[in-house]
Design a protein around this ligand. Structure first.
Ligand code: BMA
Length: 841
């Protein structure tokens, strides 16, 4: 396992990983006959599902309807055990021996040499136990017995009192990743295991506890002064002279410790620092922080981390449009081109650093500058935030409360507090992290989803979101913004008189789900939101992922496996309703797959372009969702096998630094020019009305001079905006090398003809170049290269060619591909193909 939460916390002295020799067995529950009585090798970090799979004892829950076949696993109790050698003389006669679990999933009884160490019930926190008095010379036996998470949650929800939640399990009664119990894009596979590292830590006299470096910066860019306030907890008591040494980059400071001191703060000042910027705004300089604890001249413990210097705040100052929600980084407003992040695997321990890196690279490919870590998942591993620090991807971390009411009583309250303290402390160093957010949709849910009457006078979490969480953030991480929830409308007055509905688009952040659920995507243009925290559209996974994971014959939109891998309420009906206003419903599976993928890409693009055209009134959009955790039809841009869906490419276009888009406004049309780059954008904007066969029907040219980060609009003159024949005409707006197209009719009402394409395929060092030339108008050309090679990637998709134009796609592949297949109708797709129903083919 390369994914650890300690990659920046280097406390190597006296630490020994206990990852070997683990095995597990079922101890209670509906155990399958082939597992009953067996002892199975266990991976640590790991989970019971993945080890059963590795041992060949269960089928892969990600395939077909296997999820149902392995449902018994989550209903069993499991015992993990290992033994290890230990001697009093280990660790140079150390005085203390701690057993440290960075993640226990979830309800467990930990025993060492048959003595109870502790009972745990929170996956999201670390546990450190002083086990010195239980250790013995020679062989030591460690066991961790896990209660069934399903049964525990069921019982706990009755003991705590029923509280509303979405989906079918009461995930809100247990501090375990909510979506492991199933979600509207996730499999129901509640697992158990030691999901993060386990270590034995031997130490003498004193050691470092948690270390929190808080970086601040003042002055203008180029002459910025940085200060790092390093807050250190000290554990144990040093008999002699103690000292803390702190190094940040070139600067150093030290502090002499007093006998018995348990906390210390060392400030390091740096005269001239470079600021950390989000991608698209500047560089990402990072500074290493080293903390050493010295006792009587010897370094006994050390910690290492990495910080960046930047300021961040959210502007909520009411204005004539309502209340903004604008991230201001280093005093510069940053338009958020975001995506929501869910756990990249339902078995989260499988997400290692290379996988995080691959996913973050895909986010960069889509011009994304913020990932919101959604509250039904986890606090991700350090690897995630480190990579985001390096790449300039901002992160927003929800606290882990999603779509449910939560008990504020014991034992939940103390678990929440411990978990929040752990994770705020762990993540405080990351400059990419720009927001702590209290929950996902719970304040909204309380008001709108009928919770109030179901809850009676029971607590539901508001005390966490308004008091406990902000108090901990203010204490441990005072420089970082906090919002109580998403969506969220800030109060406009102290007496609360101006309070707005939490999802009011004119105030703060909003989640726009009505479009997908009911209204259709052109209606994104009906509202002028200040910041969109969630909006999205479903589409199937890529063809290769879909056919690898679903073996239905025939494979149809409603064949059994397809329905198992579609978790959304009325998902298929919404897919159909969302399509048929725009395109005919195909009667063939390959066309259905292409049509739904295309429609997903178009819908989100329409939303983003509208939101960006409103900037700076709207200051951000966060698409639901970047990634998937298994192969499924969902709102994701990247499917469960890591393959990019067409949506990733439409988002890339819509999030380009410089965007031209045509928007209906006030009964006419405007061309909106969005310059989210650091340089001015000037030139002649040419707006042309063309017939589908390429004949010019009118043109106008307007000089443009936009400053850096400026958005402007140009009205489309009436004679250009009013077509003679909407089915056969389009608008083309061009500035420099960029252009926007506007079609006066929906695809299905248009005169789009059968495509006439010429193709040429050339071998390159990294794969193939595929040049496509159009004789007539061909819309949304995409090479679905995964159909030829599941691992192949193409640099672009969804390109529209006017008659006579060409495009060259670069296909990266390590294999020799069938060149004819690469340009076959099944792979080289366009929306023209969808206008012709099977009978005509
Ligand atoms: C939002 C999210 C998720 C959900 C998504 C799609 O409510 O917060 O709970 O998966 O919508 O329905």
């Amino acid at each position: 396992m390369s994914s650890t939460t300690t990659s920046t916390v280097h406390q190597a002295r006296g630490e020994r990983q206990l990852h070997d020799g683990w095995q597990f067995e079922a101890v209670l529950g509906p155990v399958a006959a082939n597992v009953e009585g067996r002892t199975i090798p266990a991976s640590v970090p790991g989970s019971v599902h993945t080890d059963l799979l590795a041992a060949g004892l269960i089928v892969d829950p990600y395939l077909d309807d296997n999820e149902r076949l392995v449902a018994w696993v989550g209903a069993c109790d499991w015992r993990y055990s290992t033994s290890f050698e230990w001697s009093e003389n280990d660790g140079a006669g150390s005085e203390h021996t701690d057993l440290v679990f960075e993640g226990i999933d979830t309800v467990a009884r930990v025993e060492l040499n048959s003595q109870l160490v502790a009972e745990t019930r929170n996956m999201h926190r670390t546990h450190r136990f002083d086990v010195r008095s239980m250790m013995r010379e020679g062989t030591n036996e460690l066991t961790v017995t896990f209660a069934s998470p399903v049964k525990y949650a069921d019982l706990a929800s009755v003991e705590q009192g029923y509280r509303p939640h979405v989906n079918h399990h009461p995930y809100n009664s247990i501090r375990k990743m909510a979506c492991n119990f199933g979600w509207d894009w996730g499999p129901d596979v509640p697992t158990v295991g030691l999901w993060r590292p386990v270590t034995l830590h031997s130490w003498t006299s004193a050691r470092l506890g948690p270390v929190r470096p808080i970086a601040t910066v003042e002055g203008s860019d180029g002459h910025s002064r940085g200060t790092v306030e390093v807050n250190v907890d000290l554990v144990g008591s040093a008999p002699g002279a103690g000292r803390l040494l702190v190094t940040v980059g070139e600067a150093q400071a030290s502090l002499d410790l007093e006998q018995g001191q348990t906390t210390a703060t060392v400030e390091v000042a740096l005269d001239d620092v470079e600021r950390w910027w989000p991608r698209g705004h500047g560089e990402q300089p990072l500074y290493q922080v080293d903390v050493e604890l010295e006792l009587d001249g010897t370094i006994v413990d050390a910690w290492q981390g990495r910080i960046g210097f930047r300021t961040v705040r959210i502007d909520h100052t009411p204005d004539s449009h309502g209340t903004p929600f604008a991230f201001i980084v280093n005093d510069r407003p940053v338009f958020i081109k975001g995506a929501n992040w869910i756990p990249d695997d339902a078995f989260v321990h499988r997400v290692d650093r290379p996988r995080y890196a691959a996913r973050i690279a895909q986010a960069e490919q889509a011009n994304i500058n913020l990932l919101r870590v959604w509250g039904g998942g986890i606090y991700e591993a350090d690897d995630f935030y480190e990579l985001c620090d390096e790449r300039g991807i901002l992160t927003w971390q929800d606290f882990l409360f999603a779509c449910a009411a939560y008990s504020e009583d014991e034992p939940m309250r103390s678990e929440v507090e411990a978990e929040v303290r752990d994770n705020v402390t762990r993540l405080v160093q990351h400059p990419s992290l720009v927001l702590w957010n209290g929950n996902n949709e719970n304040i909204w849910g309380y008001q709108e989803w009928g919770w109030e009457k179901r809850l009676g006078d029971k607590s539901w979490g508001l005390g966490y979101y308004l008091q406990l969480l902000p108090a901990i953030v203010a204490e441990l991480d005072p420089e970082r913004p906090y919002t109580p929830g998403s969506p969220f409308s800030p109060e406009n007055s102290d007496d609360g008189a101006d309070q707005h509905h939490p999802n009011d688009p004119a105030h703060g952040s909003t989640h726009l789900w009505e479009l997908w659920n009911r209204q259709d995507y052109p209606h994104y243009r009906d509202s002028d939101p200040r910041f969109v925290g969630e909006f999205g559209w479903q589409g199937p996974p890529t063809w290769s992922t879909m056919t690898r994971s679903i073996s239905d014959r025939p494979l149809t939109p409603e064949s059994p496996g397809m329905l198992v891998h579609q978790k959304a309420m009325d998902g298929n009906v919404k897919l159909i309703d969302g399509l048929i206003a725009h395109l005919p419903l195909p009667d063939d599976m390959a066309d259905w797959h292409w049509a739904m993928s295309l429609n997903q890409a178009t819908a989100v693009q329409v939303g983003i372009e509208h939101f960006r055209s409103l900037s700076p009134v709207c200051m951000g959009a966060i698409v639901w969702q970047l990634n998937d955790c298994w192969p499924v039809t969902s709102w994701a841009m990247v499917d469960g096998d890591g393959h990019p869906k067409p949506l990733l490419y439409s988002v890339k276009h819509a999030y380009a630094d410089r965007l031209i888009t045509v928007q209906p406004r006030d009964g006419g049309l405007v061309v909106a020019l969005v310059n989210d780059s650091g340089e001015a954008w000037s030139g002649d904007l040419v707006i042309e009305r063309l017939s589908y066969d390429g004949r010019p029907l009118g043109t106008v040219s307007t000089p443009i001079d936009l400053s850096a980060r400026e958005t402007g609009t140009v009205e489309v003159p009436l004679e250009l905006g009013a077509p003679d024949d909407p089915a056969r005409e389009l608008l083309v707006a061009t500035l420099g090398g960029r252009r926007a197209l506007w079609f006066f009719a929906e695809y299905r009402d248009s005169a789009l003809e059968a495509e006439q394409l010429r193709t040429a395929v050339n071998r390159t060092d990294t794969g193939y170049d595929v040049t496509v030339t159009a004789t007539n108008l061909v819309r949304d050309i995409a090479l679905l290269v995964d159909k030829v090679d599941a691992n192949a990637r193409v640099d672009d998709q969804l390109v529209t060619l006017l008659p006579g134009e060409s495009v060259t796609f670069s296909v990266a592949s390590g294999s020799d591909l069938d060149e004819a297949a690469l340009v076959s109708r099944d792979v080289l797709r366009s929306s023209n193909q969808l206008m012709i129903v099977r009978a005509a083919r």
